[in-house]
Design a protein around this ligand. Structure first.
Ligand SMILES: C[S@@+](CC[C@H](N)C(=O)[O-])C[C@H]1O[C@@H](n2cnc3c(N)ncnc32)[C@H](O)[C@@H]1O
Length: 248
């Protein structure tokens, strides 16, 4: 089975046309930058930059920053680099955020909708927080466990289990953050699709279609019944969790 990085790599070209939810979360995450009181020329590390929805916000809101944009998928990094090549304060690298191969300290480490792909959230968060300068901030958005609840309910009503990966709850995220000044804000957001199939196709088009470990694909008949249960023009929920950890 293809792994997470390969799926995102394959999706680098189709990502932008299907990532309204990711763009929305990047904008909401960036609104929190002004509350951080960063130094005038902050050193910034972005994890999971993708094609650059959050990178664009960072370069706009932090014009004096040196921004190091990274992603585990080489073609995502290439797409992001191509978009921002004209900006000398941006640097790019292929990097797994759970094994950051970069020297700190950073005033800001951020990532939009990437941490849900980390297998061990507490270990990953403390690895990143260790790269923060004193007073530095770790700012992340994470899709919470309420995300796609309609999709899971359509399966459950038929005695089936959805293949979408389990997502962390707000309490899971809070418990995973290292000690410090921690806060999480929550937003519910809905994304309408023409039908259930176009929801599945959009997940594939952005590369976010890695199933839960051990999930057995539905038969064609089971999938048809799930799509019928979901109904026409389904609005799928996203629970966006905005995490902020401040190193003292
Ligand atoms: C849903 S996309 C979000 C991309 C971008 N942040 C945005 O706002 O559109 C998730 C991104 O995280 C990357 N990713 C997944 N696991 C990662 C990891 N362990 N380290 C770094 N990047 C990772 C994927 O390659 C993908 O580009």
């Amino acid at each position: 089975m293809r792994n997470v990085a390969q799926r995102f790599d394959t999706a680098a070209q189709s990502y932008d046309a299907h990532s309204a939810a990711q763009r929305h979360a990047a904008e909401r995450l960036a609104e929190r930058l002004v509350t951080l009181n960063l130094p005038p020329r902050p050193r910034v590390l972005e994890i999971g930059c993708g094609t650059g929805h959050l990178t664009a916000m960072l370069s706009q809101h932090l014009p004096g920053a040196a921004i190091f944009a990274t992603d585990i998928a080489p073609r995502m990094v290439a797409a992001c680099r191509a978009r921002f090549d004209h900006l000398p304060q941006l640097h790019f690298a292929v990097m797994d955020g759970t094994r950051p191969a970069v020297g700190g300290p950073f005033d800001l480490i951020c990532g939009n909708l990437v941490a849900q792909w980390f297998d061990d959230l507490p270990a990953a968060f403390s690895g990143l927080a260790a790269l923060l300068a004193s007073g530095g901030a770790l700012l992340l958005s994470v899709p919470g466990s309420e995300t796609f609840r309609e999709w899971r309910a359509a399966h459950a009503g038929l005695g089936l289990t959805a293949g979408t990966r389990a997502l962390p709850s707000q309490a899971d995220c809070l418990a995973a953050l290292p000690p410090g000044d921690n806060r999480i804000e929550r937003e519910l957001w809905r994304d309408a699709h023409r039908d259930g199939l176009s929801f599945l196709r959009a997940l594939r088009a952005i590369g976010a279609d890695t199933p839960a470990a051990g999930h057995r694909p539905l038969s064609a008949g089971q999938l048809r019944r799930v799509l019928a249960a979901l109904g026409p023009r389904p609005a799928l929920s996203y629970e966006f969790l905005y995490l902020c950890h401040r190193r003292s």
